[in-house]
Ligand binder design. Structure first.
Ligand code: AHR
Length: 657
């Protein structure tokens, strides 16, 4: 403990009541008054392709702009020519006889002077990271237009120009064909690049140039980055919301996320540009695209892998209301509603149905057990509710078993929020999605937000939230203070889980140096990953979700001291969470009815750090992580003393006799 904390602790201990008797907080867990059941779906995750969360992130493809679908002057972004030993090459992006209509462009490469060898190089997403001994799968769709190349080969070349791995490909013929090979890197290099080289004068067409590590999550081809999925899996999220987020809406309707573009063979998926290219004036990202290699099939599969219920969000015929505000006329919504119905069939339909068959063809004949579907992302106003009504009626008529999620707009208390709840007096809803990106103080003063909610009304999904230390647009920090304010707020979610059924922090991922939205849960670059203090909080709450609430009373509680408790899944076990968002330790008596007879060994997990401003970083990823220990009481007790550290979240697991 720092000197400052010690002094503040002494000061707190010296505090006396008006009667002159020091009053120590007393936390009583009323174990004989079991309360509401806590929603098993309470803690989940929110995935959106923002901050390079998908391409260049979770999706393990190492080649950027693999299908030459970047627009205009960026058509050759991340590519360069290789002209070795006097070679000369001409190149252009062509639309002549494309691979398929969804993939309209390819590279036409003309080797006019063969020299030693000639071809193209790709720099990946800020370099291609390779490890010594690591295996890769390379593939390209190619056809020969003229000439006869003496060879076609692929190389991984290190940052100093050394060839780290090489393999030969079959020679292409006159028709498009997929050529595949494997290669290994003989050294570690975070900034290698890929080269595809041919010998002899020839004109070649190339498309879908791809390099994947073999060691993806579960070793899957077209797979996901293992270390990033592990971070998600470790959280044991009850659900996963995807694919967003504003990306669902698109800048305009032509840019909207249409799930059907994202399934089937990857070469037939219809790439799109990413609206986060231009959404944040302070963080433009002109070369941010969506290959859709991580598409709806892969999302469902990921959910299954990590035990999360899928929660897809579907476009409801509205583009982003912060951007172009294009709306499909209410009487022309049928194709958009049909997309939603087809999605349910893709997820749950037997393999004999049209969309179920597409799922089965992709390798999953069993249904994905879809139970939730969001109608629109963060939409608002009468424009939304008029469209929502149409979706709701059609979906409920065909699929009453699917729980539908309704948007309450972008804020927790603005005019759109009020309008939403006004419309919801007459329009049916299962689950209402509330969003709040607010300062930590807002979270601290809104811990009881849901205490006054109608118990008979729709359930709540706190679908996007995060504490922003400097306000939404400020210089925000992912620090312990922000995380503790969220932890405090989450005690309120747990205590009101009869109303709040689901909650997810947002956004999930941020790639260092590629950030549009600065407050995020998991930070990574091409080789490393760490969780922010908020990640630690989300994980701790998810791993320590009680099954049933036990009322908790704190007498003489100091400011910003919060607690919640409940029954653990093992009979006779209790889980107590205490959040001390203050600079002083809080000496507390923890009391449980005498009959419970606390077993003398307590398991304690504490998340704290020297300063509330502490953050995790690539260099110090474990600065703010939970530490576990056990406490030995003298014997079976009805109460015990515990000092909750300054700036801390403490979880105590208590067993009864
Ligand atoms: O989480 C970042 C963005 O915040 C989401 O895309 C959007 O739904 C909200 O405005």
């Amino acid at each position: 403990m720092s000197m400052k904390h010690k002094l503040l602790g002494l000061l707190a201990a010296a505090m006396v009541t008006t009667s002159g008797i020091a009053q120590q907080p007393r936390l009583t867990i009323e174990a004989d008054r079991p309360g509401i059941m806590i929603s098993p779906q309470l803690y989940g995750i929110f995935f959106e392709d923002i901050n390079y969360g998908a391409d260049g992130g979770l999706y393990a493809e190492l080649v950027q702009n693999r299908s030459f679908e970047f627009h205009g002057k960026d058509a050759l972004y991340a590519w360069s020519k290789v002209e070795n030993g006097g070679a000369q090459v001409g190149w252009s992006v062509s639309g002549q006889d494309p691979l398929n209509p969804n993939n309209p462009h390819h590279l036409s490469l003309e080797i006019t002077q063969p020299g030693r060898e000639a071809g193209i190089a790709n720099s990946g997403f800020g370099g291609i990271a390779v490890k010594a001994g690591e295996g890769f799968v390379f593939s390209v769709h190619a056809r020969l237009r003229s000439g006869i190349p003496s060879h076609l080969k692929v190389r991984i070349v290190g940052s100093t120009g050394t060839v780290l791995g090489e393999a030969t490909l079959a020679k292409p013929g006159p028709d498009w064909a997929k050529l595949t090979t494997t290669l290994k890197s003989k050294a570690t290099d975070a900034h290698a690049h890929l080269e595809l080289l041919a010998g002899g004068p020839a004109t070649l067409d190339l498309d879908m140039v791809s390099l994947f590590p073999k060691d993806t999550w579960k070793g899957r081809p077209n797979g996901l980055r293992k270390d990033l999925v592990q971070m998600l899996s470790d959280m044991k999220p009850a659900f996963m919301r995807f694919p967003g987020g504003c990306i669902v809406e698109g800048k305009d309707l032509s840019n909207a996320y249409r799930w059907k573009d994202t399934i089937g063979d990857v070469s037939e998926r219809k790439a799109n540009w990413n609206r986060w290219q231009i959404a944040m004036a302070k963080a433009l990202a002109p070369q941010y695209y969506q290959s859709y290699g991580l598409g709806f099939f892969e999302f469902f599969q990921l959910c299954e892998d990590i035990g999360a219920s899928p929660l897809p969000i579907i476009n409801c015929g509205m583009s982003c209301q912060f951007m172009d505000k294009q709306f499909v006329p209410v009487n022309e919504l049928d194709p958009w509603i049909q997309d939603a119905l087809d999605l349910i069939e893709f997820a749950n339909g037997p393999a004999t149905t049209i969309w179920g068959a597409k799922r089965a063809k992709m390798g999953h004949s069993k249904p994905f057990n879809l139970k939730f579907l969001g109608i629109g992302n963060e939409q608002w106003g009468n424009d939304y509710f008029d469209r929502y009504a149409k979706f709701h009626a059609a979906l409920k008529a065909r699929h009453p078993e699917i729980q539908l999620v309704t948007s309450a707009g972008p804020g927790p208390d603005d005019q759109w929020f009020k309008l939403a709840w006004d419309r919801l007096k007459t329009q049916p809803a299962d689950i209402v999605d509330e969003h709040y990106y607010k300062q930590p103080e807002w979270f601290l003063s809104n811990v009881e937000r849901y205490t006054g909610y109608d118990r008979k009304g729709p359930k709540i999904f706190a679908g996007e939230y995060a504490a922003h230390t400097a306000g939404w647009d400020g210089d925000n920090r992912c620090n312990l203070y922000a995380a503790l304010s969220e932890a405090a707020f989450m005690t309120g979610l747990e205590r009101n889980s009869d109303v709040v059924h689901m909650a997810s922090y947002a956004p999930l991922f941020a790639k260092a140096g590629k950030v549009q939205w600065a407050i995020d849960l998991i930070w990574f670059d091409n080789t490393r990953v760490y969780g922010s203090p908020s990640y630690q909080v989300q994980k701790l709450y998810s791993l320590n979700r009680p099954t049933r609430l036990l009322p908790t009373r704190v007498d003489a509680a100091p400011k910003n001291f919060f607690a919640t408790a409940g029954e653990g899944s093992n009979p006779g076990s209790l889980i107590l969470k205490v959040v001390n968002v203050g600079p002083s330790p809080v000496q507390t008596t923890v009391a449980i009815p005498a009959w419970f007879q606390i077993k003398p060994t307590l398991n304690v997990t504490v998340l704290t750090s020297g300063s509330e401003k502490d953050e995790n970083t690539f260099n110090d990823p474990s600065k703010v992580i939970p530490r576990e220990n056990t406490i030995q009481l003298p014997g079976a007790e009805a109460e015990f003393q515990y000092q909750f550290p300054p700036w801390s979240l403490t979880i105590i697991k208590i067993k009864g006799k």
